[in-house]
Ligand binder design. Structure first.
Ligand SMILES: *Cc1c(COP(=O)(O)O)cnc(C)c1O
Length: 423
């Protein structure tokens, strides 16, 4: 039997909706795979694999609010093709600055003199160190030389920035006097003191650490990498104030109040926005960051800036319900239970059960938030993932758990359809 031509095979897959060059790749791969007998079926499998590798919306039923594999904070971005006043000052008609929009709102929000936006939290720290401490010392407690998920290692970022690491104190105990002697030692040529939030781990027992307020009495600026971007410890955007599970998380406003000269944080953790890194604080230091050559390499475009602006405006309106992360985080178990029961009734599959969501994303380790969802016997994660849209669930104790806290109510119908298909 003669194999079909690559082109004919590719054309026979047109119903998959993939562009022709990708179908040609699928056809070639299928022909290379082996005997001509089932070549069409194999080509279709290759085409499906290519379609499933595309970035696409998924239903997050894991209960992990900031799921690293699912892009951390959920975000609604609906944009039509349009120009934007990214670098145009609409009042003067002259060239403007891309820092005039989201960054200005973020500064207002954090009550900082100024702010700039870069691509992620790691680039924020990199840029601050490069702009303020290249060729000089940056003092950090040995207890904060951390690695945060995905290979952000403080000593390595420091090295890349050209700043010299000045290690202070010990792994479990660091005192203000340790910082003071490091800063006073002329051999260290200390440009700044860096405080890094431990984010995804805790040191317990015989410990001592230096607060930002204490560090701010040193003769050098204090840079605090607060990590997750909680804007204000009082959570004024939530009707009921801060949830109990948030305790101990450093917040932007309070860290600046405590005397940090600069703070850095991610846009897509507790801030609830797009992947971005924010640097906020003293205007002269922010300006030095903005003028450093790396700033251009690390700057985001208008898609990210407009998404960030939308979230910043929601915070300024104190409208936590408009920020998906906070809307989901503050759902009551009663609401979730009602949805779970409706789902079980409609699909005839599984049972409603209490479960625990987690903030995730390398924030608040060990923290659980009471939740509710649907549980079924056996591991059905592969079938759920194969659906359209894919549904991502969790397995434990030989059962499949679908936590509804992280599922948008509009997606309940997709979950119901998927459960029916299992039943
Ligand atoms: C998450 C985190 C980072 C890295 O931020 P990305 O946005 O992932 O690059 C850096 N520092 C701290 C303290 C963090 O929590």
């Amino acid at each position: 039997m003669r194999p079909p031509s690559v082109d004919a095979l590719a054309r026979s897959l047109a119903d998959t909706g993939l562009p022709h060059p990708l179908l040609v790749d699928a056809a070639r791969a299928a022909i290379a795979d082996g005997d001509p007998g089932e070549v069409e079926e194999r080509a279709r499998r290759h085409a499906h694999a290519a379609a499933r590798a595309l970035l696409q919306p998924v239903v997050n039923a894991t209960g992990v609010l900031l799921h690293t594999n699912l892009g951390r904070a959920p975000l609604a971005v609906a944009t039509e093709a349009a120009y934007a006043n990214l670098e145009l000052d609409l009042s003067s008609g002259r060239r403007g600055s891309r820092h005039a929009h989201a960054a200005a709102l973020l500064a207002r929000l954090c009550e900082a003199e100024d702010a700039i936006v870069v691509n992620n939290g790691a680039s924020a720290v990199l840029l601050v160190l490069a702009a303020l401490a290249t060729g000089r010392g940056a003092a950090v407690s040995r207890g904060e030389l951390v690695e945060i998920g995905g290979g952000f290692r403080v000593p390595e970022v420091m090295e890349q920035s050209g700043a010299r690491l000045v290690e202070v104190g010990t792994t479990n105990r660091t005192r203000l006097a340790d910082f003071a002697s490091a800063v006073e030692n002329p051999a260290n040529d200390t440009a700044l003191a860096l405080k890094v939030h431990q984010s995804n781990y805790r040191i317990v027992g015989f410990t001592e650490h230096v607060t930002v307020a204490e560090m701010s009495t040193l003769d050098v600026p204090v840079v605090a990498d607060i990590g997750s971007g909680l804007v204000d410890a009082a959570c004024p955007w939530l009707g009921d104030g801060p949830p109990a599970w948030l305790t101990g998380e450093p917040a932007a406003r309070q860290t600046l109040d405590d005397g940090a000269a600069l703070i850095t944080f991610s846009g897509d953790k507790l801030f609830g926005g797009p992947q971005a890194g924010i640097i906020a604080g003293r205007a002269d230091l922010v300006r030095r960051c903005a003028q450093h050559p790396l700033a251009r390499a690390l700057r985001p475009g208008s898609l990210v800036l407009s998404a960030l602006q939308q979230v910043a405006l929601a915070y300024l309106r104190r409208d936590g319900q408009a920020i998906d992360f906070w809307r989901m985080a503050s759902l009551t178990t009663a609401d979730l239970e009602e949805r779970a029961q409706a789902m079980v009734k409609e699909s005839g599959v599984g049972e409603a059960a209490q479960m625990a969501s987690v903030p995730g994303g390398g924030t608040l380790p060990g923290t659980e938030i009471n939740s509710c969802g649907v549980v079924l016997d056996g591991d059905h994660t592969a079938s759920l993932r194969a659906g359209s849209p894919p549904i991502i669930a969790r397995v434990s104790d030989g059962r499949t758990w679908l936590d509804l806290r992280t599922v948008a109510p509009d997606d309940d119908r997709h979950v119901i359809a998927a459960l029916k298909a299992l039943g």
